[in-house]
Design a protein around this ligand. Structure first.
Ligand SMILES: *[C@@H]1O[C@H](CO)[C@@H](O)[C@H](O)[C@H]1NC(C)=O
Ligand SMILES: *[C@@H]1O[C@H](CO)[C@@H](O)[C@H](O)[C@H]1NC(C)=O
Ligand SMILES: *[C@@H]1O[C@H](CO)[C@@H](O)[C@H](O)[C@H]1NC(C)=O
Ligand SMILES: *[C@@H]1O[C@H](CO)[C@@H](O)[C@H](O)[C@H]1NC(C)=O
Ligand SMILES: *[C@@H]1O[C@H](CO)[C@@H](O)[C@H](O)[C@H]1NC(C)=O
Ligand SMILES: *[C@@H]1O[C@H](CO)[C@@H](O)[C@H](O)[C@H]1NC(C)=O
Ligand SMILES: *[C@@H]1O[C@H](CO)[C@@H](O)[C@H](O)[C@H]1NC(C)=O
Ligand SMILES: *[C@@H]1O[C@H](CO)[C@@H](O)[C@H](O)[C@H]1NC(C)=O
Ligand SMILES: *[C@@H]1O[C@H](CO)[C@@H](O)[C@H](O)[C@H]1NC(C)=O
Ligand SMILES: *[C@@H]1O[C@H](CO)[C@@H](O)[C@H](O)[C@H]1NC(C)=O
Ligand SMILES: *[C@@H]1O[C@H](CO)[C@@H](O)[C@H](O)[C@H]1NC(C)=O
Ligand SMILES: *[C@@H]1O[C@H](CO)[C@@H](O)[C@H](O)[C@H]1NC(C)=O
Length: 838
């Protein structure tokens, strides 16, 4: 019996090999217009002029040597794009002995060619009578795609077009017919015909808002519109052994791009169903996007993706899932919406896939009316389902357009392009919004990504530089609420010139347990990726914040020690200071000074705390600016904070502002070089667009984020608020619109009640505007920002003095205190908003 099992297993393996082998040898790859065979992207491409294979080209047309010298992207297919076949009359590629389901891919790369202007080309393609495209104008199509990308803040330079179709062949000959539109011409650079070993689609599919319908999807023929590896890197054709498919990055399709955050775990993922291996390669399931951290943001929003589609067709939407985190059901239960309708309620990946790390997919059918051209896919928590958390998850996404009466072609792109060209002036940087809601990045996630990165890039970087990079950047981009951290590998040189002021106290675990009442959850004041933060009281009665690393946290012991060393050296009135640490029994605990008034953000909005006065706001900003200025200039080579935001500005009992969570790393070639744009992110909404574009970090990135903080202080709203109308979602963008019109006061926090000096606000708005300059070079230094803020405070103080005489009578008559008289040590808790009325 046992032997039989092994034997059948062996047989299965062998037949599996044979199958893939077969599928590769049955694939046909053609380099059009070429006389020679070439190996590109790990496959052999046959020149269509050398063909003695199973295909023939009737009426050859002209083979041309396309000049691809102007290509500015780096496509693996570039060698194929050096030649093309040009046709002014209809041209047939006829294949023999091709049966069953196939991916058919057509590669087009526009080229400059003698007397012909490729901008004027226009042609159609059919496959055994199924019309694939009509009046295709390749340069337009590419320009359109680039525009779409730019709109989401991505500097993209697509230069070629690859169209993919899924077609079933049930006759002896398979004919691809290319025909120029009247009087025009067409061209083709390469053709791929890749058989599918299994059926890709099931016979019956859920219709959105209806029942399952029986559809012969394969029979009908379809076009792949989008194929995304959600929350992960691009997957290249060579990495998808089952079909040479390309999986794009998803963030540029998100409405608030990256409004969710990437998680990753590549251990031991298997397909939920045996015959699913054709559906998608495993790397698709290894990465996912989830909603941002529970404790920090109220998750009353959806993760949303928006796609442009052709009106009047039916679409098959395939969603790929794999639970990577939770080991039981009912942890993440969410709803799936397609074009604003509920496609699925109560969706629990763990439950449906049958466990953690199970690759699973569902399909939906959505007919798009002839009046709309967008497809929205949204995932949001199903609050009615009573799950443990509010969260959603998506690993991959595909959208296929199904043919309608033997037709897949849609002609309207040119008009669409014209329209969007008209709008192109308003293409602003969507980076901030782009960056979306993930206002927090988990240390664990970062570390996983970094480790992943280190592992896969080992050839490129020495182990040393990699681990050093890890030591440096694993900290700064992460979150913590009430504790500060700093340091980096090789930190000596950075801090070398600064005297050691004090090394933190070493606490025993017993002391920590006593201080926190054995980590009593009632004393919990914050939770971050690193771990939990408790309020505690040490021997002498001093209140402290105690940060306890999550045992699962990847942070290594050496890094922990370096952190302690560096933190105890960084001392400044406007930086949260460390008191001590405890590293007993595998625990990693840091003890910080307690900040009685919590985060700046909590005093701006989203809580019942009384509003800060304009003077207090200015003072808080000045304090934070001092702290940053010290970080930038105090140490020999400067430290970039990299996560400046209102939750990292803490206020002590006297409302003195202190930067926390600081001390990331210096700029260095290793850092620039190893930066992964999609992996490491700061806090969205605060992120410097230049850093986003170039991945070059400088102090000016902090200045940008600080500019956003200034706006948040004026407007008292979240930097990203997806519940607002589109033009208001991103605070930086919206407020800058008003600031440029010199109308910032119209959107000021109404709770300030006109109790501010208009001149002071004007100065304040101008600094914020300068901080948000697109180019880092133009932005002021923190020193300059500080100077201007102090000036704004002086203006305000003078204004108060002149107004005092007039207003004091009224104030007295109301028995209230003019808030500006309270000064720095005002006890806000005693004053209510009405006290501020004057
Ligand atoms: C190219 O490959 C085809 C099919 O394998 C073969 O028949 C042909 O001889 C090759 N041509 C050249 C120039 O190598
Ligand atoms: C293209 O280049 C090849 C070799 O570089 C040459 O043999 C061929 O004649 C050229 N074809 C045209 C149309 O210029
Ligand atoms: C191409 O094939 C189609 C369909 O098989 C046929 O109708 C047409 O005449 C062919 N065209 C040429 C130029 O051979
Ligand atoms: C051509 O097709 C026949 C079946 O029709 C197949 O046996 C043969 O291997 C094919 N040749 C190539 C080079 O693909
Ligand atoms: C084709 O159009 C693009 C953009 O509209 C333009 O930049 C390019 O110069 C045009 N090419 C030719 C050969 O006219
Ligand atoms: C896009 O990137 C290219 C090269 O990477 C650069 O030359 C070009 O100026 C960039 N465009 C924009 C708008 O940033
Ligand atoms: C996949 O396997 C299931 C049984 O596990 C079978 O019912 C189904 O037909 C298979 N699907 C395909 C496309 O082969
Ligand atoms: C799908 O189409 C094939 C070929 O036309 C046919 O044999 C099969 O019965 C169809 N299946 C369904 C469910 O209609
Ligand atoms: C990845 O998943 C495996 C299996 O579920 C789990 O044991 C491991 O801890 C996970 N790794 C990370 C870094 O979360
Ligand atoms: C991988 O998964 C299989 C089945 O789910 C399990 O038996 C095996 O122990 C797992 N391996 C690891 C390293 O987690
Ligand atoms: C879905 O709702 C959004 C606004 O909530 C709207 O902009 C969009 O057009 C709607 N989409 C469809 C297909 O109705
Ligand atoms: C999520 O999207 C759906 C469909 O557009 C909408 O009905 C729902 O209100 C959204 N949820 C939130 C919290 O915005």
């Amino acid at each position: 019996m046992g032997k039989f099992l092994i034997l059948s297993l062996l047989l299965m393996i062998i037949s599996g090999c044979v199958q893939t082998g077969e599928s590769n040898s049955n694939s046909i790859f053609i380099d059009c217009g070429s006389t020679s065979n070439e190996t590109v992207d790990g496959r052999k491409w046959i020149g269509d002029l050398s063909s003695e294979g199973n295909f023939s080209v009737g009426n050859l047309g002209a083979n041309i040597n396309a000049s691809t010298a102007t290509l500015n992207g780096d496509s693996v297919f570039e060698p194929l794009y050096k030649t093309a076949r040009l046709f002014t009359n209809s041209l047939n590629y006829t294949f023999k002995g091709v049966w069953g389901n196939h991916f058919v891919r057509l590669h087009f790369c526009p080229f400059p060619f003698e007397n012909l202007n490729v901008n004027e080309s226009s042609f159609s393609v059919s496959a055994n009578g199924l019309r694939l495209v009509s009046e295709l104008n390749v340069p337009n199509e590419i320009a359109y795609k680039n525009l779409e990308f730019q709109r989401s803040g991505i500097n993209s330079s697509w230069f070629s077009l690859i169209k993919e179709f899924i077609i079933v062949v049930n006759s002896e000959a398979f004919v691809l017919e290319f025909s120029p539109s009247g009087g025009s011409f067409g061209f083709i650079n390469a053709i791929e015909i890749v058989p599918l070993v299994d059926e890709l689609f099931a016979g019956s599919i859920n219709k959105v808002g209806g029942n399952a319908v029986s559809l012969n999807v394969s029979e009908r023929g379809s076009e792949t519109m989008y194929r995304l590896n959600v929350g992960g890197p691009e997957i290249k054709p060579a990495q998808d052994s089952n079909g040479w498919r390309m999986w794009e990055v998803d963030s540029s399709y998100m409405i608030t791009a990256d409004a969710g955050f990437e998680i990753h775990n590549s251990s031991n993922i298997t397909y939920a169903s045996m015959n699913d291996s054709i559906v998608a390669p495993l790397p698709v399931y290894e990465t996912a996007r989830t909603m941002s951290e529970t404790e920090v943001l109220e998750k009353r929003f959806n993760m949303s993706w928006k796609f442009e589609v052709h009106p009047g067709f039916e679409y098959l939407i395939r969603l790929h899932f794999c639970e990577l985190l939770y080991e039981k059901a009912r942890q993440r239960v969410f709803k799936i919406y397609i074009n604003n309708r509920t496609a699925f309620e109560n969706f629990d990946v763990f439950d449906r896939a049958g466990g953690i790390n199970k690759a699973y997919h569902v399909d939906f059918l959505e007919p798009i009316s002839s009046k709309i051209n967008t497809l929205w896919i949204q995932l949001g928590p199903d609050t009615a389902a009573g799950a443990a958390g509010t969260d959603a998850l998506l690993n991959g996404l595909e959208i296929f357009k199904l043919s309608q009466n033997g037709n897949l072609a849609y002609i309207d792109r040119f008009n669409a392009l014209e329209e969007s060209m008209g709008n192109s002036k308003s293409l602003t940087l969507w980076i901030g919004v782009g960056a979306g809601l993930a206002s927090v990045v988990f240390l664990a996630v970062i570390t996983i990504l970094i480790i992943y990165f280190c592992r896969f890039r080992r050839e490129d970087f020495t182990k040393k530089s990699c681990s050093r990079w890890r030591a440096g950047s694993s900290r700064g981009a992460t979150v913590s609420n009430t504790y500060a951290r700093g340091s980096l590998g090789g930190g000596q040189s950075v801090f070398g010139s600064m005297p050691t002021i004090r090394v933190g106290k070493w606490f025993t675990l017993a002391e920590i347990l006593a201080a926190t009442d054995k980590f009593d959850e009632a004393l919990l004041i914050g939770v971050g990726g690193f771990g939990k933060v408790y309020r505690g009281e040490i021997d002498d009665g001093t209140l402290v914040a105690i940060k306890r690393a999550n045992p699962q946290s990847q942070q290594g012991l050496t890094e922990f020690e370096t952190e302690i060393e560096m933190l105890s050296k960084l001392r400044h009135r406007h930086l949260v200071s460390m008191i001590g640490f405890c590293d007993e029994q595998k625990e990693m605990i840091l003890v910080y000074e307690y900040m009685g008034n919590g985060t700046l953000r909590s005093h701006l909005f989203g809580s019942d705390l009384p509003p800060l006065t304009w003077k207090q706001r200015l003072e808080v900003c000045i304090g934070a600016a001092r702290g940053l200025h010290y970080l930038h200039t105090g140490a020999e080579r400067g430290i970039i904070h990299r996560d400046v935001k209102t939750t990292n500005i803490l206020l002590d009992e006297n409302f003195v502002a202190k930067m926390s969570d600081f001390g990331l790393s210096k700029t260095g070639p290793a850092l620039d070089h190893t930066h992964v744009s999609t992996a490491v992110k700061g806090s969205f909404g605060y992120l410097d667009p230049e850093y986003f574009r170039r991945q070059q970090l400088s102090e000016k990135s902090d200045v940008y984020s600080f500019g956003v903080v200034l706006l948040e202080v004026v407007c008292a709203r979240a930097v990203i608020n997806p519940t607002l109308p589109k033009d208001q979602i991103n605070l930086a963008e919206w407020a800058m619109k008003w600031q440029r019109k010199k109308l910032l006061h119209t959107i000021i926090d109404p709770r300030l009640n006109d109790k501010y000096c208009p001149e002071s606000l004007k100065t304040f708005g101008e600094i914020a505007e300068k901080c948000l300059a697109d180019e880092g070079k133009i932005r002021p230094t923190m020193g300059e920002v500080l100077w201007h803020l102090e000036y704004a405070l002086q203006l305000h103080d003078a204004w108060i003095r002149t107004n005092e005489a007039e207003s004091s009578c009224r104030v007295e008559s109301e028995g209230a205190q003019a808030d500006e008289q309270i000064g720095e040590s005002s006890n806000l808790k005693a004053s209510t908003p009405t006290d501020h009325l004057c």
